[in-house]
Design a protein around this ligand. Sequence first.
Ligand code: P6P
Length: 327
Amino acid sequence: MLHQDNLTTLQSHILQEAQRFPQATGQFSWILSAMSLATKVIASKIRRARIDDVLGALDSSNVQGERQQKLDVIANETLLRCLGTRSGVAVVASEENEEPMILRQDTGGAERPYCVLFDPLDGSSNLDCAGAVGTIFSILRYDRRAKTPEGSLLQRGAEQVAAGYILYGSSVVFVLTTGNGVHMFVLDPNIGAFVLVAKDVKVPTASKIYSTNEGNCLGFPDGYQRYLRFAHEQGYSTRYSGAMVADVHRILLNGGVFLYPPTKKSPDGKLRLMYEANPMAFLIEQAGGKAYAGTERILDIQPKTLHQRTSVILGSPAEVDHVLAHL
Ligand code: P6P
């Protein structure tokens, strides 16, 4: 862990990182600052959700056909309100909105603007029972070769310039990579700032823990079922919260493998490529782990549609290899 005397906040970390790019205009830093502000607001609303009676579902459903929780909409609107003021953001895409939002046209200036994609409140069905939930985000550069702003979003995960998640758990944890390692911050409610607690986090190379919804296992393809038999025979432990952010964060720190295989209900996998699998894959690879969709590296997948789904195998390199060996 860091020396206690080096008090660095997310804001000062972002500014220090920006100094590595003298030609930078600061737009990128402003976007990360917007994510910091929005997620502090979301964290405060989650903490008081039952008191302020903003728990529970709305009558509406999102583009995924999933019932929207009241806080899904509140989190989504908070992120849009914070990002909307940042001049460097051209396009925003959210799990909660069928169409991307074009905030401003690409002016063709020196620095290409950015696209921000996010799942505003991942695992929100955990809210009613005070379970862990999270925000996941991915940042791409606007692709000027694309024929439409929407087309600018359909870039492989390997093109991401930044990715992160905010876990609203027993503490509020902001985990970020800008392609230069994975860094972890915890919200200090006494000062309202995300404080740096660990730099260059590395996922343990091996750990006998797997994380999957075994309720679906009879619908898993044979290779995954063979892997589960292997894990049971080897005495693995299982940990699964139903919120990807919480399950991936545990793996980032303690090691193991997270699996969402194809199922009868979701033959292509349930998790969304652009704003769940890709950002998590970028983070896990930056931390020394591996991230696959079946036998394909997630960051190599060429997306076809904004809300497309994928299967996911990610975590400690040795544990991912055990799964791949059974596929
Ligand atoms: P299941 C939450 O709805 C989510 O998108 C991820 O956060 C989580 O990993 C997964 O779905 C849980 O799905 O089918 O196990 O409830």
